[in-house]
Design a protein. Structure first.
Length: 575
């Protein structure tokens, strides 16, 4: 029976509890409910009152394709609001084999207390001394954990950015290839883990309880239908496996929505040099891997292994967002420089979207030249050290803007925007404005209908239909996150007559609890309500549902579109 494990990081006490009031919740719905109900909305994110929740989805541990995502929930040091950050890796499949639905980290020790590695085993939690890996980058620290715990290691960890409580800090998870390459990236979750003096969490490799569907035959039939849905859609069966998420570089550039030079233009002249096609060509020439899964059971395989010029492994999970942030937004043309920065971000434990935008702000402030990849690399290396420049960069766009005197800050609720200019993709813009998470494309991916023609077509240059589009996608996304699915399944589901019903069938047959399409929708809508309720109590209002002023007054080339929604018009996108 799945349980919730509560760990007090100050007293080192712990308790395995029944799910109780959190029954029928998982993933994002569970993390957001716990944070909303148990964390004072007005607390400081790095205080003892904040909690950090790691939760598997309702389908965690199952053999349903692409159900291996994990949710991390907390109050964000970056936004000051609620945060759910989603990651691949091995945690979501391992936790159910330890009868764990969620791990809740509470309280915090004194500032001078040493860092610990949490070792979670059957009915026991050990606080182990982490001195041997404190201060280390994630890759070498993860190698030490591999040597200690063996090749069945499943870990979550922070790098120097998390140890030094930087607002861009991530939590890195062990991937299927035994690398700390999957990130709970956005919102500073790693800083919260660092505040609790936890360097790493290791799940005991020896505990491997059997997990099975309650209604085995029904689940098997639904699973077969589900795989067919994913394998028959061109995006999930061809586009993403062929070129990774970077397949979008040329697509979004052609649409005039690729933010370039700190959101000044919608097209980048060197897009072809940093495209998914170019990335795949480079990987193949260096005998890397163009297709990998970020978690067990992935049939989309949109991740990859990128090797350096010598044919040695450099980075993986080389995503569109990362390539855009450093490549188009910071005007860097060398794909190897961008890959190196991706690796540094994984090593230091930093969100590539926030850091990429921060580098562009540093360039806008004259700290380093536009397009200078080598200078950007040196800037990133300073994060996690006592260098004041590293402290600034590690705290993200708003901190860098304040320090460097830059007023062109593409943020909502203090979180920087991802790789879609909202002036040209208004469905995403409405999501940026209204989600409780701050600017976040994954909260409601309006690119589907605005650009890709998936699930219908809505003009991304006009207001009509985009509030409704965003709302529907936000509800659906919250449900997907709560079931533990990869967000990319949405491409296939939106174009499938039985996609949503099949997801509901999978949950019902796996858990044995009644779960209809209406329940699926309610799961997402209620998660959003928890998040909005928390943010309102934290002091947010509709005034915070605005995009930056420069987007209202500066037309975006080449289509010369502006952001023309006000905060009142977008309220309908909230659950």
């Amino acid at each position: 029976m799945p349980r919730i494990l509560r760990i007090n990081c100050r007293t080192k006490e712990y308790a395995f509890e029944e799910v109780g009031p959190y029954v029928n919740l998982g993933g994002r719905a569970l993390t957001s409910r716990i944070i909303n109900k148990e964390v004072p909305a007005n607390c400081h994110p790095l205080s003892a009152e904040n909690k950090l929740v790691i939760a598997t989805g309702l389908l965690g541990g199952s053999t349903a394709a692409n159900s291996g995502r994990v949710s991390v929930g907390t109050k964000s040091p970056l936004t000051g609001g609620i945060k759910e950050s989603n990651s691949g890796g091995l945690f979501a499949h391992k936790m159910p084999k330890m009868d764990l639905l969620a791990i809740v980290l509470e309280d915090k020790p004194a500032q001078e207390a040493p860092f610990s590695t949490l070792f979670i085993t059957d009915e026991k939690v050990e606080f182990r001394n982490a001195d041997d890996i404190v201060g280390m980058d994630n890759y070498p620290a993860h190698d030490k954990l591999l040597a200690e715990y063996g090749d069945k290691l499943v870990a979550a960890m922070i790098g120097p950015a998390g140890e030094t409580l930087r607002k861009t800090a991530t939590i890195q998870f062990t991937d299927p290839y035994k690398r700390p390459a999957r990130s709970a990236g956005r919102g500073g979750t790693g800083a919260v883990l660092g505040s609790k003096k936890i360097k790493a969490i290791v799940l005991d490799p020896a505990v491997n309880n059997k997990v099975a569907a309650v209604e085995a035959d029904t689940f098997k039939a639904a699973r077969t239908t589900w795989v067919n849905i994913l394998k028959e859609h061109p995006v999930t069966s061809q586009g993403l496996p062929g070129f990774g998420t970077a397949v979008l570089v040329n697509v979004i550039n052609e649409a005039g929505a690729l933010p370039t030079k700190n959101f000044r233009y919608g097209q980048c002249d060197h897009a072809a040099d940093i495209s998914g096609e170019k990335m795949a060509e480079t990987i193949e020439a260096r005998k890397g891997k163009t297709t990998e899964g970020c978690h067990v059971g992935c049939v989309i395989q949109c991740s990859q292994q990128y090797n350096d010029k010598n044919g040695d492994y450099l980075t993986s999970g080389f995503e569109y967002e990362t390539i855009w942030a450093f490549g188009a937004n910071a005007m860097i043309k060398d794909l190897d420089d961008i890959a190196t920065m991706d690796r540094i971000c994984d090593d230091k434990g930093m969100d590539t979207i926030e850091i990429g935008n921060t580098v562009a702000v540093a360039m806008d402030g004259g700290i380093i030249p536009w397009g200078d990849g080598k200078a950007a690399i040196e800037l990133l290396k300073k994060v996690g050290t006592d260098d004041p420049m590293g402290m600034i960069i590690g705290n993200g766009v708003v901190a860098a803007g304040d320090a460097f005197g830059v007023d062109r800050l593409p943020v909502v609720k203090s979180q920087s925007m991802p790789a879609y200019d909202p002036r040209a993709v208004k469905g995403v813009g409405v999501t940026y404005a209204t989600t409780a998470m701050g600017a976040d494309h994954t909260a409601g991916y309006g690119v589907t209908a605005n650009v890709l023609g998936v699930g219908g077509t809505v003009d991304g240059h006009k207001k009509e239909g985009n509030v409704e589009l965003s709302k529907n996608l936000q509800v659906a996304t919250a449900a997907i996150d709560s079931m533990g699915f990869c967000l990319f399944v949405a491409f296939a589901v939106l174009d499938s007559e039985n996609g949503v019903q099949t997801m509901a069938d999978l949950v019902q047959s796996y858990t044995g609890n009644a779960f209809s399409v209406d329940d699926l929708v309610a799961l997402g809508a209620n998660a959003m309500k928890d998040e909005q309720d928390f943010n309102e109590r934290a002091g947010f209002s509709k005034v915070d549902d605005r995009l930056p002023r420069f987007m209202e007054i500066e037309p975006l080339p080449p289509h010369d579109v502006t952001w023309d929604f006000d905060e009142n018009e977008v309220q309908g996108a909230k659950a």
